[in-house]
Design a protein around this ligand. Structure first.
Ligand code: DX5
Ligand code: ZN
Length: 224
């Protein structure tokens, strides 16, 4: 099943609870929460207190994407704040700290994902894949919403799908960056099953129509 995960990075933070309520009413599957520290990426967004406040306002599945340096220091705090899934970048920590962070997230009963930037090969995920609930392929350089989808990432998604099928078929594959109804058929055909969409949902006045447009597009076979 294809899941749609609107990213609140494109929402109005002044009325965040209402925005998330609209995404829920629109039939979204996950709420994607982008956390940026100004070090791992050249932008700063939100952090632990906002996740905690959101948790008090919604029962939606909170898919928290950490774009922060040495994430093992904070994954526990994001779990405790109410994340349902904590995703962090394979480029942002040492292998032993990645393993420790995965254990910490799982130990707190939460789902765990690893993300990779566009220049990082999918094979970097190999040592961890068996333990992951999800793998995230960035289809833009992380840091900002509203960028153009990088079509060069499609073969990587396809390769990752093959790896996942062999090693951990339950692992979801999420794509993040520049996803709109024109790109949705391509990423789904390549093997993604969770589509993050910031501008394509919160950038539109009618959120229900926006989620529906993505869902319809995801069901279409691409015409190469
Ligand atoms: C970018 C973030 C994305 C971003 C996607 O670094 O990880 O989640 O919000 O926004 P769009 O869909 O507008 O590219
Ligand atoms: Zn994201």
């Amino acid at each position: 099943m294809i899941k749609i995960a609107p990213s609140i990075l494109s929402a109005d933070f002044g009325r965040l609870a209402a925005e998330v309520g609209e995404a829920k009413a629109a039939g979204a599957d996950y709420i994607h929460v982008d956390v940026m520290d100004g070090l791992f990426v050249p932008n700063i967004s939100i952090g632990i207190p906002v996740v905690k406040s959101l948790r008090g306002e919604t029962d939606m599945f909170l898919d928290v994407h950490l774009m922060i340096d040495r994430p093992h220091r904070y994954v526990g705090a994001f779990c405790d704040a109410g994340a349902d899934l904590v995703c962090f970048h394979a480029e942002a920590d040492e292998p032993q700290d990645i393993l420790a962070a995965i254990d910490e997230i799982k130990g707190r009963g939460k789902k765990c994902a690893l993300a990779i930037k566009p220049k990082t090969p999918a094979t970097v995920l190999l040592p961890y894949i068996a333990q992951l609930d999800m793998a995230l392929v960035m289809t833009v350089e992380p840091g900002f919403g509203g960028q153009s989808f990088m079509a060069g990432q499609l073969p990587k998604i396809r390769g990752l799908r093959a790896l996942v099928e062999q090693m951990n078929p339950a692992c979801e594959i999420e794509v993040d960056g520049g996803i709109d109804p024109s790109m949705a058929p391509l990423v789904v055909d390549a093997g993604a099953n969770v589509l993050v969409a910031g501008s394509a949902v919160f950038g539109k006045a009618d959120r229900a129509a926006a989620v529906e447009a993505l869902r319809m597009a995801a069901a279409v076979k691409p015409d190469f």
